[in-house]
Design a binder for this molecule. Structure first.
Ligand SMILES: [Zn+2]
Length: 63
């Protein structure tokens, strides 16, 4: 069983040498996202469809 140790933003794929990354727990695994892409996760999660499994079911935060 292998596990990726590389940390990179799930949206832009930059690693933690380039940008700060925030760790998220999701479906028993760990995901990383950079501060630049947190708003996408909050306001437009549908954009992550295909990148993040299940993202199409996320509800955008209310304004
Ligand atoms: Zn990013």
């Amino acid at each position: 069983m292998t596990e990726a140790h590389d940390k990179y933003c799930l949206v832009c794929k930059r690693n933690d040498k380039e940008v700060p990354l925030i760790n998220m727990s999701y479906r028993g695994g760990k995901l990383w996202i950079c501060p630049q892409h947190i708003p996408v996760l909050i306001h437009d999660p549908g954009k992550l469809t295909g990148t993040l499994p299940g993202a199409e079911g996320f509800e955008p935060a209310e304004e």
